[in-house]
Ligand binder design. Structure first.
Ligand code: ADP
Ligand code: ADP
Length: 206
């Protein structure tokens, strides 16, 4: 968990490499469906373009098969409200699994806006970069780019998404704190330092 720009995608990719757990990013599932141009894709585009949450039922249906198919995973961007958290609990019960930890990456809105406005993603590999903090490679055969800005990384959509996070997703901290699962990590540190903290939180540090 964490607000937009806190570094969830960046850290999840590194965690996937370190632990072998599968990175499941609902935002990515949403973008892929939109790109396909399917009927479902057209429907969810209306929400995504405005930076609004896609209806719970759709997101849950999209995510569930990935839980079944993989032994261990890093959920990134799901759940984002109480309804989704309860649906996740039910889905996990069905397959006799449970969450090990809920990690929250914390950073101030100022830091987040700066990160999001400099964010670039490789169309070739999906890798996330930042123009200043983690620049895309200049001349790399493995990742030639192009490195593009996300359509919803506009100021208005960013503001909307942050508002939604504070209103609907942040309250989940209490939900998971009560279950003794919550670990808060200071996400304003450098990328590698944050990774170490996250690995410590899941007991995978060396
Ligand atoms: P963000 O930077 O807003 O977290 P994501 O890449 O995670 O962006 O998601 C892109 C869009 O996909 C969101 O704005 C939202 O419309 C939709 N989406 C992703 N995950 C969820 C979710 N768990 N519930 C509802 N909508 C979601
Ligand atoms: P999220 O998935 O939480 O929205 P991302 O992983 O996409 O966040 O990161 C947002 C932007 O901030 C990207 O451009 C990324 O390169 C950059 N970034 C991520 N973590 C850090 C960090 N610890 N320090 C500086 N920049 C970072």
């Amino acid at each position: 968990m964490g607000p937009q720009g806190a570094g969830k995608g960046t850290q999840a990719a590194k965690l996937e490499e370190e632990t072998g757990a599968t990175h499941i990013e609902t935002g990515d599932l949403v973008r892929t469906e939109i790109k396909k141009g399917s009927e479902l894709g057209q429907k969810i585009k209306e929400y995504s373009d405005k930076g609004e949450l896609v209806p719970d039922e759709i997101i849950i249906d999209m995510t569930k098969p990935y839980l079944d198919d993989n032994d261990s995973w890093i959920l990134d961007g799901f759940p984002r409200n109480k309804e989704q958290a309860r649906a996740l609990d039910e889905a996990l019960e069905e397959i006799d699994e449970k969450l090990d930890k809920v990690i929250v990456l914390e950073a101030s809105d100022d830091v987040l806006v700066e990160r999001l406005s400099g964010r670039r993603q490789s169309e070739e590999t999906g890798e996330i970069y930042h123009v200043e903090y983690n620049p895309p490679p200049d001349d790399d055969e493995e990742d030639p780019g192009p490195f593009v800005q996300r359509e919803d990384d506009t100021e208005e959509a960013i503001r909307n998404r942050l508002e939604t996070y504070h209103e609907h997703t942040e309250p989940l901290k209490d939900y998971y704190e009560e279950q003794g699962l919550l670990v808060t990590v200071d996400a304003t540190k450098g990328i590698d330092e944050v990774t170490q903290e996250v690995l410590r939180a899941v007991g995978e540090d060396k």
